[in-house]
Design a binder for this molecule. Structure first.
Ligand code: NAD
Length: 436
């Protein structure tokens, strides 16, 4: 065994058994020193040649760039799977001209999972598969959208990174996928990147340090609709509504602090496209081409009880112009008020405590939660090879990964509970109209 392997084994073993060491490590790699002496050649396959994996003017996300930063010369992209040859070519031509071109030398292109799995050689089997495709194409047990189950069966050693929302299917389908992944202890990370923000981890540390019981979470998220130019995003039948497609981030973050939600307690209202406050002046697609009952609501507000009796509330809207999204999360406890602002740009945390009525400010201007998220995945892949305890779905252990499939399925369920609750009011209105 090489020196580095022995060092790595010792290092990982310590972190496995000492939670504080784990948290400290997370903070250390989040400080910017990205490439690690412990990294080895890591083979990665990408599903999806779109914005989340390769960058977009809509926002700061770009998983390939974060992997390049973390792995450097240790990154080997073995496959790019996307039905659009135009998208694949666009990505690969750009990468061939980039600083990390060597990572993409020999990247094979496939138009679907069947062709990919049928022709993959032993040597090309990936360590990590990144899935960044629209939710309608994955997250179910049904042939043609059972991507996770097929990958987990055929490539059981590969860690799966799955973007949110983890599906567009019925919640039970998503839970069934979870059971299947757990039967193989697949290692899965879901892209709830906000959990990796330093302000979020700082809040977690303070809550744990002072042994606080959360009383309430109050969340708000407003996105910039003028820069969302994809037709399908504006169709309920495909995007499943903004609360499921996008509000899921802040619902998940609320759950990260409040715990499991009693989904039967959810009440919600939405402003629909046909209501006066729902008129938007700069929709970048031609909404007239979308049937009226397939158009998405503009703002939704919900309130619920957590299983432990605390309450949660969220307002999610698609009403801003420009490109900077705006979001906040408040967490309330006895004597304490935490307020996290601007998770996408210049995140800050304001903390009022029993020690000071003036809020203390924590500021991490260079924080890159997308990078921390990818680093956590890579670290956990390495850890898994060195620790005796298994890490993965169904084991209760996720290494440095902060969002498993099982946990993400509960956030998915919450967003659908909110959507259904907003539609109950609509149904009620329709019913009233029909009998009056
Ligand atoms: N976490 C975040 O901050 C964040 C940000 C943006 C997008 N997302 C999520 O990432 C996912 C993808 O979004 P995007 O912005 O990249 O979309 P996109 O439209 O830019 O790209 C999607 C790509 O997937 C391809 N595709 C479609 N079906 C496929 C299949 N079956 N197999 C392989 N490729 C397929 C399309 O051809 C396209 O190239 C969505 O779920 C979205 O919500 C997350």
């Amino acid at each position: 065994m090489s020196f580095f392997s022995r060092l790595s084994k010792l290092h990982q073993a310590v972190r496995q058994f000492v939670p504080e060491a784990n948290a400290l490590y997370r903070r250390q790699y989040a400080t910017g020193g990205t490439q690690s002496a412990l990294d080895t050649l890591t083979k990665v396959a990408f599903f999806g040649a779109g914005g989340i994996n390769f960058g977009s003017p809509e926002g700061p996300w770009n998983h390939s760039a974060r992997l390049e930063k973390r792995l450097g010369n240790n990154l080997k992209v073995t496959a790019l799977i996307d039905p659009s040859s135009e998208h694949r070519q666009h990505v690969l031509k750009g990468k061939a001209r980039s600083e990390f071109s060597s990572a993409y030398e020999g990247t094979k292109e496939y138009n679907n999972i069947e062709n990919y799995l049928a022709s993959i050689s032993e040597d090309e089997k990936p360590d990590v598969v990144i899935v960044g495709v629209p939710p309608a194409f994955h997250g179910t047990t049904k042939a043609c959208s059972d991507l996770e189950m097929r990958l987990s069966r055929t490539l059981p050693h590969a860690a799966l990174f799955i973007e949110k929302p983890i599906s567009s299917a019925h919640v039970q389908e998503v839970k069934d996928v979870g059971n299947d992944l757990a039967s193989r202890k697949s290692l899965v990370s879901v892209g709830y990147f906000m959990r990796y923000l330093k302000v979020v981890q700082k809040m977690k540390d303070l809550i744990s340090q002072h042994n606080l019981t959360i009383m309430a979470t109050v969340a708000r998220y407003n996105s910039c609709y003028t820069s969302i130019e994809k037709d399908h995003w504006w169709k309920k039948s495909i995007s499943c509504t903004p609360i499921v497609e996008q509000g899921t981030h802040i619902c998940d973050l609320s759950r990260y602090f409040g715990g499991d939600v009693n989904v039967e307690s959810v009440y919600a209202h939405a402003v629909e496209h046909w209501e006066k406050p729902g008129k938007l002046s700069k929709i970048p697609v031609n909404e007239n081409l979308i049937p009226e009952d397939d158009r998405i609501p503009r703002i939704a507000s919900a309130v619920w009880k957590y299983e432990n009796g605390a309450i949660g509330t969220i307002t999610h809207g698609i009403n801003l112009h420009g490109t900077k999204y705006s979001a906040e999360l408040e967490v309330h406890a006895d004597g304490w008020l935490f307020r996290m602002v601007n998770p996408y740009c210049e995140p800050k945390l304001y903390v009022r405590s029993p020690f000071s009525e003036e809020a203390e400010v924590f500021d991490y201007p260079q924080d890159d939660p997308y990078l921390t998220q990818m680093s956590a995945l890579i670290d956990t892949v390495h850890q898994r090879d060195f620790v005796d305890n298994e890490i993965g779905e169904g084991t209760g252990r996720t290494g440095d990964i902060l969002s498993s499939w099982n946990d993400a399925s509960k956030s998915y369920e919450l967003t659908w509970a909110i959507r259904y609750a907003t539609e109950l009011r609509e149904t009620h209105n329709e019913l009233r109209k029909s009998i009056s």
